[in-house]
Design a protein around this ligand. Structure first.
Ligand code: V55
Ligand code: FE
Length: 487
């Protein structure tokens, strides 16, 4: 049986499976790539090797695909490879899809022989010179930083105990310690969470075990010098829905949100819990600690951000409630009402994937960078095809101190993926450097890497690295500074 890939007219089919691997030496550039940029932009996302078995599956179930733009001396090389997960290998061996819905093995062929069914499609992560492909349902997969070959699972010398590892570990820029966690740590649908500190030598130094108020997606968290701030919200799972064969997550809009404030290196008895209204806090920006307060900046929506994780009560997905804004949450560690205060920072700039200058993670900081949807800008459906449900058309540098923003509109016939901040050099002041990210040109059906001045995105791209093909969607990206071999 030849399985046909479904085609869509959304964005002229831009997000249909791409499936190829590529090496592109010395990419075409419009403008000038700044000579001081030396390093690699790694991107990770999903691409279907074979069509999903179920039409209602989540795009988060697509096979991991890792790519890189290596930038040196004003020239750019590109490489893209599927992540060779166990699951990729099983499909490739039999030349067909063998797996069921997102994070639910019940729809799999019984004889795949696959133990770890991760698709490794969420975050590329660099720690102490090693590159990993992360998805929160698995241990990290080690990736060769030059060939992008998949080398296997990594368990930190046997010191890491959870079968799962977060998609968003944080590195303390002062101590070099990595903070990470695994949820559903005692098996599928368990409410056990293990939080860890891993030293620069790559071994677990401490661990705190938590029991959660309910079993939910714990996608991201923030750190301060003394605490871990872990948002809990109503994207939930449980035995029942999994036995019924559904995608792992459903949305329960009745559940209150919670925040666990965990002392780094402490014990579970020292954890402070706060409670808030139903909302989703999928990604954070950063947190700081001052005068007995913790301030968390996060990307928050009042309702379900994901149309493909259906509401448990059967209600329809609401695009308005999915709108995500940058908000500042304040926690008084000396108070005892267990509530937080919340303020929307930039109500007119909805976006879900905010970034900072990572050298300032956990520290007082001023700048954020984000792709967002500016509704005042045009969308040219004639040229670009029907618009995707949610997409970004602008990048901005947000000045959180002055509460101002400078923004760049990328065009009326395409969309922007998550951006990444590149420091001008290792000791450059906060926010001094470049903003890089991929633009999908729906009209031309090809992608571009944009390079902008991070402080003046409104001045337009310094360089556009024009690709002769479409790049599959990135979920997250990371900048790894330093010279490495050209392709
Ligand atoms: C997210 C992405 C995932 C996932 C869970 O953006 C959460 C959030 C790409 O996969 O599995
Ligand atoms: Fe994420």
């Amino acid at each position: 049986v030849v399985e046909r890939f479904p085609t869509t007219d959304v964005a002229n089919g831009f997000f249909d499976a791409a499936r190829f691997e590529a090496d592109l030496i010395d990419c075409e550039v419009i403008g000038r790539v700044p000579a001081e940029i030396t390093g690699t932009f790694y991107r990770l996302g999903g691409d279907w090797l074979y069509p999903p078995r179920f039409a209602d599956d989540s795009p988060f179930n697509a096979d991991g695909y890792i790519s890189m733009f290596r930038i040196m001396d004003g020239s750019v090389d590109y490489k893209g490879r599927f992540v060779h997960t166990e699951r990729y290998r099983a499909q490739r061996a039999t030349r067909r899809q063998r797996f069921g819905r997102y994070r639910n093995p019940r729809g799999d062929d019984p004889d795949t022989g696959v133990i770890n069914r991760t698709v490794a499609n969420t975050t590329p992560f660099v720690f102490e010179g090693k590159l990993f492909a992360l998805k929160e349902d698995s241990l990290p997969l080690l990736i060769d930083p030059d060939t992008l070959e998949t080398l296997g699972e990594w368990d930190f010398g046997g010191t890491y105990t959870s079968p799962t590892f977060t998609a968003h570990p944080k590195i303390d820029p002062v101590s070099g310690e990595m903070i990470c966690m695994g949820y559903e740590a005692a098996g599928e649908a368990s409410n056990a969470v293990h939080v860890y500190g891993i030293g620069p030598e790559g071994r677990v130094n401490w661990r705190i075990d938590l029991t959660m108020p309910y079993v939910s997606m714990l996608h991201d968290f923030a750190i301060t010098p003394n605490h871990i701030i872990l948002p809990v919200y109503g994207l939930v799972t449980g035995r029942e829905r999994l036995e019924a064969g559904e995608v792992h997550w459903g949305w329960d809009g009745r559940l209150p949100s919670h925040m666990a404030i965990i002392p780094r290196g402490g014990t579970s008895t020292n954890v402070r819990w706060f409670t808030g209204p139903p909302c989703a806090m999928v990604h954070v920006l950063n947190a700081v600690e001052q005068d007995g307060h913790i301030i968390l900046d996060a990307l928050v929506s009042d309702g379900n951000p994901f149309p493909f994780f259906p509401a448990v009560d059967g209600s329809r997905w609401c695009p308005q409630a999915a709108l995500t804004t940058m908000r500042r949450l304040c926690f008084d560690l000396r108070g005892d009402d267990g509530m937080w205060t919340e303020e929307v920072l930039f109500p007119d700039a909805p976006g879900t994937l905010g970034r900072i200058d990572d050298r300032f993670a956990s520290l007082p900081y001023r700048y954020a960078f984000m792709a967002y949807a500016d509704p005042t800008r045009p969308y040219d459906m004639e040229r670009a095809g029907p618009a995707p449900a949610l997409f970004s058309n602008s990048y901005a540098c947000f000045d959180l101190r002055e509460r101002t923003m400078r923004s760049f509109f990328a065009g009326s016939a395409g969309a922007l993926q998550e951006c990444c901040f590149v420091p001008r050099h290792a000791r450059a002041p906060e926010g001094d450097g470049f903003l890089i990210g991929v633009y999908s040109d729906f009209a031309e059906r090809r992608s571009e890497l944009l390079i902008l001045d991070a402080q003046q995105p409104d001045a337009g791209p310094l360089a556009r690295v024009v690709m002769p093909f479409r790049l599959s969607s990135q979920v997250h990206g990371v900048w790894a500074p330093g010279a490495r071999a050209r392709l």
